[in-house]
Design a protein around this ligand. Structure first.
Ligand code: ZN
Ligand code: ZN
Ligand code: ZN
Length: 381
């Protein structure tokens, strides 16, 4: 994205997040987090920005450090950060111009023989990681995502409102599918119409469009192709965008273009429908993420389709479309109120057809709230 957009956070919210981030940093035994532009930086400052070869980096010192948070950035990028209430947040700003050494500016936060342990943004470009390690001399570099996950997994009311808004917007796009999904059109043509509608129905950006028709539906991350949709095809439509606040939608429905030409579609889809419902029903505070995965998997395995459900049941969603908690076997994370994630089991019959049903859900104080509410049946157009 090329423009700066404020996130959901008021200055009060952002300051609380920064304070908690500093506490978690101390708890993890780290001296500071080093965050280049990306979802963590957006979470703490409310600014959407991309990483470039010129260093922009927010230094978040652990609680107890004498140094305040410091934003090091190129002078020419300063206007992008004017939407952030930096003074209210107690964030110092140090700008640099071409020819100066921004890595040394970061290192100057740690005067006494350098830091012991630092954590860098998970998606920081390697050119910045290596230069920061060199400049700070930090012997121990870790991932900031391990620290910030504790904050970002539990959404506050404003974040939940943004996710609800995104969910309702993508539901409106699915509700209009009959306008576009017809025999004789290519997946790419249908996908272009969907992308337009994703914005028209209230998103600021289109994040992804999957239109998997016929055998392409058996490839979970198929995008779109020039395949012409035929009467009788089953079509997997998995779409998402982000609203202006930066939070995403992600919902899949499976459509039949006329009566399905494959004889096993209706019965198989019924098992998938049951699996998705079972997983949603399993969501409540105190349950492990792995148990939700198992709830969906067991239904499909009992029906003989276990080997055709070839991915995890879901992923967290927020500022990133895929974030923690992951709803996957082996994840013992305990679900807690405010967590938001997808429930998206699928059945993929190679070379023939596939189906997936995906809703975003939020864990409430005593159960679950669906953020997607389009019908879950196989939708015959
Ligand atoms: Zn995916
Ligand atoms: Zn999806
Ligand atoms: Zn998803």
């Amino acid at each position: 994205m090329s423009t700066s957009v404020a996130g959901t956070g008021s200055a009060v919210t952002l300051l609380a997040r920064i304070t908690r981030a500093r506490e978690e940093t101390a708890r993890a035994g780290l001296d500071a987090l080093l965050l280049t532009p990306g979802s963590d930086l957006r979470y703490l400052l409310g600014v959407a920005d991309d990483s470039f070869e010129r260093l922009t980096c927010l230094v978040v010192p652990a609680t107890g450090s004498a140094a305040p948070p410091l934003l090091v950035l190129p002078q020419m990028e300063r206007p992008r950060y004017e939407v952030a209430p930096l003074a209210e947040l107690g964030v110092d700003v140090a700008t640099w111009v071409d020819g100066e050494d921004p890595y040394a500016m970061v290192a100057s936060v740690f005067p006494h023989g350098g830091p012991g342990a630092l954590a860098v943004a998970d998606m920081m470009p390697a050119l910045h990681v290596l230069a920061l390690r060199e400049a700070t001399g930090a012997p121990d570099l870790r991932l900031a995502g391990r620290v910030l996950r504790e904050l970002r997994m539990r959404k506050d009311p404003a974040e939940l409102a943004a996710l609800r808004k995104a969910g309702a917007a993508i539901d409106r796009v699915h509700a209009r599918m009959g306008e576009w999904l017809r025999p004789g059109r290519t997946e790419a043509e249908v996908g272009a119409d969907i992308a337009e509608a994703i914005v028209a129905e209230g998103h600021a950006t289109v994040e992804f469009v999957i239109v998997g028709s016929g055998p392409n539906g058996a490839v979970p991350h198929h995008g779109v192709s020039d395949r012409v949709i035929e009467s009788g095809d089953v079509v997997v439509v998995d779409i998402g965008g982000a609203v202006a606040e930066g939070y995403g939608s992600d919902s899949t429905r499976t459509y039949a273009v006329g009566t399905p030409s494959q004889p096993d579609v209706l019965a198989t889809y019924g098992f998938l429908r049951d699996a998705q419902q079972a997983a949603v029903d399993a969501v409540t505070p105190g349950v492990r993420a792995a148990e939700v995965d198992h709830a969906a998997r067991r239904v499909l395995a009992d029906a003989g389709f276990g080997e055709f459900f070839i991915h995890r049941t879901g992923h967290g969603i927020g500022i990133d479309t895929h974030e923690e908690p992951y709803i996957v076997a082996g994840n013992d994370e305990i679900l807690d109120a405010g967590m938001t994630f997808s429930i998206e089991p699928g059945v993929y019959l190679p070379g023939r057809w596939g189906a997936r049903i995906e809703d975003i859900v939020a864990v409430t104080d005593d159960g679950v709230e669906r953020l997607n509410n389009q019908p879950h049946e196989l939708i015959v157009l």
